[in-house]
Design a protein around this ligand. Sequence first.
Ligand code: AR6
Length: 175
Amino acid sequence: MSTRTINGVTLALLRGNIVDVEVDAIVNAANAALAGGGGVDGAIHRAGGPSIMEECRKIGGCPTGSAVATGAGKLKARYVYHAVGPIYRQNPADPRLLAGAYQACLDLAEQHKIKSIAFPSLSTGAYGYPLDLAAPIALKTVIEHIEKPTSLQQVMFVLFGSSAYEAFERALQQL
Ligand code: AR6
């Protein structure tokens, strides 16, 4: 685990499974149809139970580069924020959609006045975004947000594999 304090907010990188962390909001790496799938999405719906998918069906979808909130079912969280990152091969040179997906979750966190949030590394699994490009975008978006007044006290990146963890470590050192 690696931590840094910015403007009184703890930013932590940790290795693990996002469904195991205790935070107010867990961020899901969703698709635009909110239809469920593999990776983080599969893990969250399996661990959280069917109520999350029922809410997703009612919402109907979410544009790429944005996020929507549902309850968290059986997970130890109040909310799941379903963030839709870009598919890298469709949008290789434009970091704005990836930053937008993170920013939309941070905006939901302020609306809900929550204290803690956990992100996975959006778009870097099935959606093919290279980790070394995605990690600095993710960290920069979060750091710029917590440099301003915020309800958040703790922001975590929960990284599944050692390559994701190492890419975030490198990016944090270089920022
Ligand atoms: N906890 C934390 N990180 C995880 C976990 C977990 N339980 N499982 C995987 N990762 P991905 P995407 C890492 O594919 O690229 C789905 O089918 C994984 O190693 O989950 O945004 C959705 O339905 C990778 O580093 O999300 C969408 O259709 C990162 O999380 C599509 O995949 C993201 O990988 C979204 O693709």
